[in-house]
Design a binder for this molecule. Structure first.
Ligand SMILES: [Zn+2]
Length: 377
């Protein structure tokens, strides 16, 4: 085989060469903030939101930037080439967190491509003023409209929340990635409204539903209806296995629910499912390293994905499936695609997920950006 002059050849020696991993759901503004926030004694999402609310008032953009850069470096060391992060805006967060994350994205532009979704940790209807902050954050350079539909006072407010996200998405011609039904409550019914609005507004293929935990608690008849609706609307689903296992099931005695959405049923219906890290050492989840193979490993356990085909699906959830959810162009190993690659010293996806090795090489646009080093976790 011949190579253009000046090319550098890496002999992968029979290793697995994969398109770079993708983390489709991360909170860079929260990363490594665990020690800045009061301990989460109940381990619930609501207590984490409360403590984070108090802590974020004091955060500077510089502090957010520093922690975000640390997290991006950790992800890249594990072979991640693309991240979608959510950044907290609202009357408490202001725009300081956005400023910090956008500055970190710029500093790491040669290492990793980062999409930024504006996010309303404290809700929209229950945080008057947040809507204007979202608009300002989009003007600063954020890419997507995010939300947290289930975190409103009433079902009617949750629906209004979704309406307002679509209004803003239309204004900025932006895609949507909304935290939704992140609860075990079987009465939480935001996802079907999101899917219905996606169809009504002509936004098919441009919307991601993150978490969708309540789907696992619906009865099978209603779950079927919602899954079919998601498929019809071409809404992508992002599950966050570590965080869902950790935060959900907290009100259960025994048996305790796992908290994840119905991953295998969604896949069987043709819905794109991706898996994210969500949190790295923060008040919502004290663990998390930024290694997408660890996320896939958790997914395999949590959804019983142990057949060869299912192992491939778990690997896809942090590679090609995530690329579809994020609508990446030029992703994959093919002529004309960007050389965003990870080389893993294993034979196949099963061995990669089973042993979770550090990549021997991580390439971004053909340039080696990490090589066999254990990135600072
Ligand atoms: Zn999240």
């Amino acid at each position: 085989m011949s190579f253009p002059r000046g090319s550098r050849v890496i002999d992968a020696g029979g290793s697995l060469v994969t398109p770079a991993f993708i983390d489709p759901h991360l909170h860079l503004d929260l990363a490594y903030s665990l020690d800045l926030v009061k301990p989460n004694r109940t381990g619930t999402l609501t207590e984490a939101i409360r403590h984070w609310n108090a802590a974020k008032k004091k955060l500077t953009a510089a502090n957010v930037r520093e922690r975000a850069i640390r997290a991006i470096h950790a992800e890249v060391g594990f072979g991640t080439g693309h991240i979608r992060t959510h950044v907290d805006v609202g009357t408490n967060a202001g725009l300081r967190l956005t400023e910090g994350v956008l500055s970190a994205r710029e500093a790491c532009a040669s290492l990793c491509d980062i999409q930024v979704a504006v996010f309303l940790q404290d809700g929209l209807l229950r945080d008057p003023g947040a809507y204007e902050q979202m608009r300002a954050a989009m003007d600063m350079g954020c890419d997507l409209i995010g939300g947290i539909a289930h975190n409103e006072r009433t079902d009617a407010d949750s629906r209004r929340h979704i309406d307002m996200l679509f209004d803003l998405a239309e204004e900025f011609d932006a895609d949507i990635d909304c935290h939704i039904d992140e609860t075990d409550n079987p009465q939480s019914r935001c996802t079907e409204y999101l899917a219905a609005e996606t169809i009504r507004r002509g936004w098919r293929g441009r919307v991601t539903a993150s978490h969708v935990c309540a789907l696992a608690s619906y009865n099978d008849v209603h779950a079927r209806k919602v899954i079919d609706l998601l498929a019809e609307a071409r809404v992508h689903v992002v599950t966050n296995p570590g965080v869902n296992l950790h935060l959900q099931g907290r009100y259960d005695r025994y048996p305790k629910r796992r908290g994840l959405t119905r991953v295998s049923e969604l896949l069987a219906a043709g819905v794109t499912v991706a898996a994210g890290q969500d949190c790295i050492r923060d008040p919502f989840y004290p663990l998390g390293t930024g290694q997408m193979l660890e996320v896939a490993h958790l997914l395999v356990h949590a959804d019983h994905m142990t057949l060869p085909r299912q192992i491939e699906q778990a690997f896809d959830a942090v590679t090609t499936g995530a690329a579809r959810a994020m609508r990446l162009r030029g992703y994959g190993i093919s002529r004309g695609s960007a050389a965003d690659l990870a080389i893993l010293p294993v034979s196949d996806a099963l061995e990669a997920i089973r042993t979770r090795p550090i990549p021997t090489h991580v390439l971004k646009n053909g340039r080696t950006v990490a090589a066999g080093r254990r990135a600072g976790r």
